[in-house]
Structure formats: structure tokens, C-alpha cells
Design a protein around this ligand. Structure first.
Ligand SMILES: C[S@@+](CC[C@H](N)C(=O)[O-])C[C@H]1O[C@@H](n2cnc3c(N)ncnc32)[C@H](O)[C@@H]1O
Length: 263
């Protein structure tokens, strides 16, 4: 429910495009809720498939922000994280305690426009700024089983300092957002540190890490730098040169597949 992804959702599902077109002041809430529902139904296909391909005991990590948006003159929150938890549980996942990634603070907003001004200081019409994104964590099945004295697992051990920082609920990370504005704008890339931590927390050396939403290829790069294999999917082939240059230190192959037509 942020503008940046509208076109992609409209292409993925014609019903979404139709609903945006018919949106008017009267149909407002009802139509927007329908769009929101269908977007999540589309995403749920990925959660189902992720569940299918994960090993037993494997962990799925989903970085998602909630969204605020003014539609038909009404400002509201779209709590994506809550919807995704519900749909992942329906796909068979068990929900685990999640992480809140606190991003570099943007100024508090008033009606979604820049800093507080005038009546932004008067109760009750100012809004809390969304300055955290969620990193939702899910497990498939029970605890993952390893052979006794599995060397790769012991080689993947993290330190006490890493454990203390990584397994606390709030991560304050600046990362590469500032240095890579253009990539960030085009793909919604997260800092390498997000992928790097998650890969070390939830996989062992030699594992295969899947990213079904590659973007600029951050996850793939982090996985391979940590001695994991990696597979990724990206629907927007204009990002291919970026993915390639971000991963040029590794051996990888690219396969093109016609997308399944929908809608
Ligand atoms: C938020 S970005 C991921 C950014 C990534 N974590 C990074 O650091 O660059 C989501 C990506 O998923 C891609 N995408 C959306 N729907 C897809 C689909 N059905 N199959 C594959 N990729 C898809 C989008 O084109 C976009 O590049």
C-alpha cells in the first residue's frame, strides 16, 4: 500500500488495477479494503510456496513495513505485518518472536506531509511516525535436526556479543540506505547488515538461502559472503544488471522464465 509498488500490483492482478480506477469518495473505504485484501492474497501465494520449499525446521524471515496512506481524503494505517502473520500461519508456519528494525529517524509527519506545523502541535490530530519496519520470523515444523557433531553447524556459531545484539528485539541500523539512495528508491533495498545478521542467525554454512523478492540482490550477496548458497527470484528484469554487479564476486547463473499470467 505504498505508491512505489502500485504499478507492480496492478500488473500482477488486473482486479487491483480495476479497483484503483473505480475508487471514488463514496466507495472509498470499501474499495481500498478490497485492494488491500487482494494484494495480500497475491503475496500469500509466495508465503505458501516458501513454506513448501523450506526444509523442516527452516526459518522464513519477512521484512515488511506497515503503510500509511490518504485514500479518498482519509488517512489510515495499513498494518501489513499483522496481515502477513495471519496469512503465514494459514500457510502452515509457526510464528516466532519478531524484530523491529528502527530506521534512521525521519521527522514526525502531519497528515503525511513533512514536519509538524501549526496544528500538528495540537491534540488530537497528529500521527505517530512509522519509523520501524518488522522482520517477521516463522518456522516450518519443529526444531531443525542436524547430525551429531555437524561440523558446518559448529563453524557457523556466533559470539556472545553477536548473540546479545542480534537476538534483542530492536535493531537500530543505519546501513547503506544513505549511500545507495538510487538503489533504495528503485528497489526498497535494505542494508546489507539486515541480511547478514539474519543469515547467520537462521542458517548454517552450506545451506541454501532463498529470496523470492531479490530487488538489488542484497540477500544473495550476504548469503554467499557467509558461505551459503543462494537462489533468488526477481520479476523486474530491468534490475538484472544491478543484481549482476552486486554479485560479480560470485559464480551464479540466470534463468529467465515467463511469468504466469494472472488476473
Ligand atoms: C522490496 S524489494 C526487495 C529489495 C531487496 N531486499 C534488496 O535489498 O534489494 C521487492 C522486490 O520484489 C520484486 N517482486 C515483486 N513481485 C515479485 C514476484 N512475484 N516475483 C519476483 N519478484 C517480485 C520487486 O520487483 C522488487 O524488486
Amino acid at each position: 500500500m505504498i505508491r512505489m509498488w502500485d504499478d507492480q500490483f496492478c500488473q500482477a492482478d488486473l482486479k487491483i488495477a480495476e479497483l484503483w480506477q473505480e475508487l471514488d469518495a463514496e466507495s472509498g473505504d470499501h474499495t481500498v479494503s478490497a485492494i488491500y485484501d487482494i494484494m495480500h492474497e497475491n503475496l500469500a501465494e509466495v508465503w505458501k510456496e516458501t513454506h513448501r520449499v523450506l526444509v523442516d525446521g527452516g526459518i522464513a524471515c519477512i521484512n515488511i513495513g506497515d503503510a500509511t496512506r490518504t485514500v479518498s481524503g482519509k488517512f489510515r494505517l495499513f498494518p501489513n505485518h499483522a496481515r502477513i502473520i495471519e496469512l503465514c500461519e494459514r500457510a502452515g508456519f509457526t510464528t516466532l518472536p519478531y524484530i523491529l528494525w528502527k530506521k534512521p529517524t525521519t521527522k514526525p509527519k502531519y497528515k503525511g506531509k513533512g514536519a509538524f506545523l501549526g496544528s500538528g502541535f495540537l491534540p488530537p490530530n497528529a500521527y505517530v511516525t512509522l519509523d520501524c519496519e518488522y522482520i517477521l520470523l516463522f518456522r516450518k515444523g519443529g526444531l531443525r535436526k542436524f547430525p551429531r557433531n555437524d561440523n558446518l553447524r559448529y563453524e557457523s556459531k556466533f559470539t556472545k556479543e553477536q548473540r546479545d545484539a542480534w537476538f534483542s528485539q530492536i535493531w537500530e541500523l543505519k546501513g547503506n540506505r544513505q549511500t545507495n539512495r538510487e538503489i533504495q528508491r528503485r528497489t526498497g533495498a535494505f542494508p546489507d547488515e539486515v541480511a547478514d545478521r539474519l543469515i547467520q542467525m537462521f542458517s548454517v554454512k552450506g545451506d541454501k538461502v532463498l529470496d523470492p523478492f531479490l530487488g538489488s540482490g542484497t540477500t544473495m550477496r550476504a548469503a554467499m559472503r557467509r558461505d551459503r548458497n543462494s537462489v533468488g527470484y526477481e520479476i523486474d528484469d530491468s534490475l538484472l544488471p544491478l543484481i549482476r554487479s552486486n554479485n560479480e564476486e560470485f559464480i551464479f547463473s540466470i534463468m529467465r522464465r515467463e511469468p504466469k499470467s494472472r488476473g
